[in-house]
Design a protein around this ligand. Structure first.
Ligand code: AG3
Length: 277
């Protein structure tokens, strides 16, 4: 059987996956897209040779990047999703009846198209009437919008070509696009391999958002398997749920919500750079 070796560009590690079939390969204006079939994970979407989602474990990422802020916000109505061309985050957002509008901002139309073809159940909601698809740079989009309740960045690696989505200038624009209960979440790599990036992201967010926090989730296919998510809010504590858990999920629920956050003692030591590993 052919093997695909994912040499992690930013972590000292490589993963090897069996390839039953290469289902798709193309070069878009921005990146190389590949879809392979693996006996365990099912279909896998690779962007520039990096695993983004798999049939089997996408839910652990999509539920968790989305549902924490969606439940911490009192009534999310207007949501911006940046990246996430596979539609997994959009699907999670639309589980909430309060949502009236989703701006789905993906720079690469090829990711949306290929996901619709090969991951139809992940991208099943991208053509919902509440969704407005914008094929453009998310950093540019946030400058033109107002009254947003939640902004979710579901990009490729923070260190790669998505780095404009992690600058203070971008965070300022996100903050300005939000109403008074606004919340922002983004993934920030692995605590095992990118401790400094995780800390830096918290520091940058703190320059802009009054409340900043950190939670993590295990993801089978990302380096270190211990993936970090940074939240910034206009004042509300994201550890608190502000409406009941009433949607259907496989993993996220009201018991896990607060448990996913790192402890306050650990957070303090981490941010003060007291921890060495
Ligand atoms: N976005 C984050 C993928 C990061 C993977 N990084 C890596 N393997 N180095 C996933 C997009 C899912 N909608």
């Amino acid at each position: 059987m052919i093997k695909f070796i994912e040499q992690e560009p930013y972590s000292p590690i490589a993963h090897t996956y069996e390839v039953e079939k290469i289902l798709h390969k193309e070069k878009s204006k921005f990146q190389e897209l590949t879809v392979i079939q693996n006996p365990f994970f099912g279909r896998m979407l690779l962007l520039d040779g990096i695993v983004q989602i798999t049939d089997r474990d996408e839910l652990f990422y999509h539920e968790i990047i989305t549902q924490i802020v969606m439940h911490a916000h009192p009534e999310p109505k207007r949501v911006v999703v940046i990246g996430g061309g596979d539609g997994g985050v959009v699907k999670e957002v639309l589980k909430h009846k309060s949502v009236e509008k989703v701006y789905f901002v993906e720079i690469d139309e090829a990711v949306i198209r290929v996901s619709k073809e090969f991951f139809p159940s992940v991208s099943e909601k991208v053509d919902d009437p509440k969704v407005e698809i914008k094929v453009m740079d998310g950093a540019e989009f946030v400058r033109s919008v107002k009254n947003i309740d939640i902004t979710i960045v579901d990009s490729t690696d923070v260190i790669g070509f998505a780095r404009t989505l992690f600058t203070k200038e971008f965070f300022d624009n996100v903050k300005n696009s939000m109403n008074s209960n606004g919340m922002f979440v983004t993934h920030t790599e692995s605590l095992h391999f990118h401790k400094d990036i995780v800390i830096e992201m918290q520091e940058n967010l703190k320059k802009v958002f009054p409340v900043v926090d950190l939670y993590t989730q295990c993801i089978a296919t990302y380096p270190g398997n211990w993936w970090a998510f940074a939240v910034g809010t206009s004042g509300l504590d994201p550890r608190v749920m502000r409406h009941p858990f009433e949607i259907e999920t496989k993993y996220y629920d009201d018991e896990i919500h607060e448990r996913l956050f790192v402890t306050k003692k650990f957070y303090k030591k981490l941010i003060n750079r007291e921890l060495k590993w």
